[in-house]
Design a protein around this ligand. Sequence first.
Ligand code: FES
Ligand code: FE
Length: 457
Amino acid sequence: GGQTKDLDDLVKRVDSGMDQGLLPVDVFCDDAVFRAEMVRIFGQCWVFLGHESEIPNAGDFVQRKIGLDSVIVTRDAENGINVMLNHCRHRGSELCHEDKGNTRHFKCPYHGWTYNLKGEFAGAPHFNDAYENFDRKEWGLKRAPKVDTFHGFIFASLSEDKTTLRDYLGNAAWALDAIVGLHPKGMRALGLPERFQVRADWKSGAENFCGDAYHVSTAHLSAGLTEFIPDVRQVSTIARGYEFDNGHSFIGHELTKWGPDFEMWAYPKEIREQFDLSRFDEVQIDMIKNAPPTIGTIFPNLSYLRFPQPATLGGRPVPFTMIRMWQPVAPGVMELWTWHFEYAFVSDEQAKEAYLAGQFGFGSGGIFEQDDTAVWEGIAKAAASPWNRRDGLMLHYQQKRGGPDPAWKGPGKFHKSIYGEYLQELFWRRWVKEMSNKDVHDRDMSAGEECSKETCK
Ligand code: FES
Ligand code: FE
């Protein structure tokens, strides 16, 4: 990639560019941008880590990521959820090398310091011979200052400010509630997330899922030609936009245009009948029935997808629920993490069918997924291009707009047409807001810049 000479100026140019529907391409692969994102965005925002159903019992744990940091998420004996930095306090080695498991403690592979499920220091080899005046309370693992859940979905934030998860989700919680809260028993994760690396920036995925239905008829044309979904050319025409606080947004689809069986994401009747809609307001119910949110992004890197697709070619459409993380790895490189979810009351057999349907479309070799990752890789290359960078290339965000629906009675804004790229603008305005937020941690980042200058030259 490259490194912008003046990061703050670039962030300002993203903001002023958006006034004219333009975006400097550099942001998709730039060392300074990436480093700042790790501090100002991933060091501040609430990020998704997993689901309670992945760690149901005391001692269960999973290893996850907050930006570049590996964290251990545990269930302790008091049923609490703990999020700890996966680095030993002795010399910093990584404690946990498993994706998932059950344990009573974490023992460091280097010298054997040991921590309990809450991250408290629990012991060390030759303790009495090796140490004196050792304050155990001082040497526990670093813990995320804020951890909370929404319908069992676990989030954490490294910021010590007062923003709660509910504040952060804002009115997007209204839509999320209607997506994951349809049944009192909640949802469950179907196995571990699938992971694979892509030479594309994390923002390409987040921005695509936040509002890009326009690409479907071209990038995913093959999905239509193989009759994988009913009418691929129509996917952007029947798309609607839901715009919420804090950069969160959803695309909805008027799936009933494909026939009455497609009501409520095309859940079969026996499943639909078990949903409890009594908690929801009229607008939510109308949304679920007629233009249910199918794709969306919770800023920064959590995305959602629920779409009716067959588990085999020619099979009946099965709605699957996928949670997607766009994990930053390096400038212009990300790892895709994909979880499948199903309502807890749904039988294993039906859950398996939904899993297969989701993987068929959006697994690493899925019919849709390969199309997207291939085109996003081009964006990172454009951002790294010396020619583009020399000329300060701007990308086009100028689709004609209709404006939000004045008759909308729900929270946020509703757009009857997905054309207009207003959801992408929402994403980038939020990005600017977070990237302009220089908190105390920026001191650490500038130290890093100097250090890398010395070692790199
Ligand atoms: Fe963990 Fe030494 S680095 S015990
Ligand atoms: Fe796509």
